[in-house]
Design a binder for this molecule. Structure first.
Ligand SMILES: C[S@@+](CC[C@H](N)C(=O)[O-])C[C@H]1O[C@@H](n2cnc3c(N)ncnc32)[C@H](O)[C@@H]1O
Length: 308
């Protein structure tokens, strides 16, 4: 297998265009505080002196904000302008996290006495070069699975390597091949709502087994509840409402967005090969968050690599 990048990576338009608008609502049940604690525990275990983190694919910034509040200096890199602008908003007005496991400042660590906001930058994780290094690089919630070709994966690993201090570590999670092929992704439906909107998302996966890829076709129905209420009030004032009018109102209230996210699943020997090509060795491979052994029921695998 030739893992050398054939073409320099170019900045592509992100699939996270409309998706960004409702991303935080869609994942309001994701336990970001527990995940930040887990990442923090891996950093303390494998790089105890670490003070700075580069996050690749920082999305709406939730992990970065939590890790910054633990005392790390965090820089996030994100391709999607929409996700980036939500990250800036979240950083200036930190979201209320649902978990009771909220980050706490530790007076024993002088850095945590001045909790700072992360810095978020727009860039492509395959090619960005910031001309500075960090103690840890992280890429969380399947960011590496969005790198679908060997060239893109290797380019992202090289970005991580190039931004690490000697002995620095790279932590990321991926879709794990043995579970994807054994259990196979299923059609899923998710419904979430807040005061102003209701979102119904249908995810239909389509396997591309010869490329280790899954095309996940998302249909997202965004229902504007405020418009609905107004229209319902108007309706009660009308004596006769025709079927035709109801249909028109329905389309005005509900917006349909469709996006396809192509995700790559990986196997452990592949990650070992990419790691060694980029100058890393694998320190840890376990189930994301639980630390369980990897196997055919592991959908999300976490790897921690160290610069050789
Ligand atoms: C599933 S989201 C995860 C976001 C965030 N890490 C989180 O945990 O919520 C994947 C993110 O990776 C970003 N991404 C994917 N490929 C990228 C690339 N080549 N360069 C920069 N960002 C990228 C997407 O725009 C998206 O925000």
């Amino acid at each position: 297998m030739n893992l050398q990048p054939s073409n320099p990576p170019t900045l592509q338009s992100s699939v996270f265009i409309d998706y960004a608008r409702y991303y935080d609502l869609l994942y309001h049940d994701k336990d970001y505080p527990a995940e930040a604690d887990y990442v923090d525990s891996l950093i303390r275990r494998f790089c105890p002196e670490a003070r700075s983190i580069l996050e690749l694919g920082s999305g709406t910034g939730k992990h970065a904000i939590l890790l910054a509040s633990k005392g790390y200096e965090v820089v996030g890199v994100e391709l999607s302008e929409q996700m980036l602008s939500l990250a800036h908003k979240n950083a200036s007005n930190p979201p209320t996290f649902q978990s009771s496991n909220l980050p706490t400042l530790q007076p024993s660590n002088p850095l945590t006495l001045q909790p700072s906001n992360p810095l978020f930058l727009r860039g492509d994780i395959r090619s960005i070069r910031l001309n500075r290094t960090f103690d840890a690089v992280i890429a969380l919630f399947h960011v590496i699975s969005y790198q679908t070709t060997n060239e893109d994966v290797l380019a992202s690993f090289r970005t991580a390597y190039n931004h690490l201090n000697p002995g620095g570590i790279f932590i990321f999670d991926i879709w794990y091949g043995p579970a994807v092929l054994t259990q196979r992704p299923q059609v899923r439906m998710k419904r979430v709502e807040d005061k102003s909107m209701e979102i119904i998302r249908i995810a239909e996966p389509q396997m591309r087994p010869n490329e280790n890829l899954v095309d996940v076709h998302y249909q997202v129905f965004i229902i504007n509840k405020e418009t609905q209420q107004t229209q319902q009030t108007q309706q009660t004032q009308q004596t006769q409402v025709t079927q035709q009018t109801q249909l028109t109102q329905q389309t005005q209230q509900t917006q349909l967005t469709q996006e396809t996210h192509t995700m790559r699943y990986f196997f452990k020997p592949e990650i070992e090969l990419f790691a060694s090509q980029a100058g890393f060795k694998v320190l840890l491979a376990e189930e994301w968050l639980t630390g369980a052994q990897l196997g055919t029921s592991t959908w999300s695998a976490c790897f921690c690599l160290k610069c050789i």
